[in-house]
Design a protein around this ligand. Sequence first.
Ligand SMILES: C[S@@+](CC[C@H](N)C(=O)[O-])C[C@H]1O[C@@H](n2cnc3c(N)ncnc32)[C@H](O)[C@@H]1O
Length: 185
Amino acid sequence: MKFVIEHLEPDVFDWCLIEYNHISSIVGKENLIFTNVKKGKEKLKGLGEVKGESVSKLNLKNACVLDPEAEKTLNPADKKFDYLIFGGILGDYPPRKRTKVELSSKLKCEIRNLGKEQMATNTAVYVAKKIIDGKNLNEFEFKDEIKIDIKEGESVILPFRYVIENGEIVLAKGFIEFLKKRKGF
Ligand SMILES: C[S@@+](CC[C@H](N)C(=O)[O-])C[C@H]1O[C@@H](n2cnc3c(N)ncnc32)[C@H](O)[C@@H]1O
């Protein structure tokens, strides 16, 4: 099983790199392909294979797009797919359905959701990998919307779905530090 991230942002921003590093550690760099990387390719060196072409040009067979708008939910039997395709897209609220507009409506392949709630791409890959390894979606513990304290009197609310494992929110390494330092996305 290969995991494909169709990068749909105009550059490899710092937040992308934090998420993509996490994804590489979840699935292994030998199983990861970044597509549609027009700018900032060198930043992804060592994380996986990096391609400038869009996934739509690769004519992948037996592939499945992960899209919150899909009718069917990913389940362990879906390990039959050779490729799982995700959007490398910043979460937005309310969701603009970019995965549907820019990916699943353009590719002729199967589509699955991971529930209806929006997750960051790295969380979506984390959940999908566990599902194809045998866990069902209803066996996860999720938290919808998290609050991160940035400094005294300042916090940021992230209106997305996160996984709780062993009582801890599963977040990419360096994500909280990034939020604390950032001036904007
Ligand atoms: C932050 S989400 C993109 C959200 C964007 N607002 C949209 O509506 O498409 C980034 C990627 O993670 C995956 N993803 C996130 N939540 C998902 C869900 N509930 N079901 C399936 N895929 C999901 C999709 O591949 C999506 O392109």
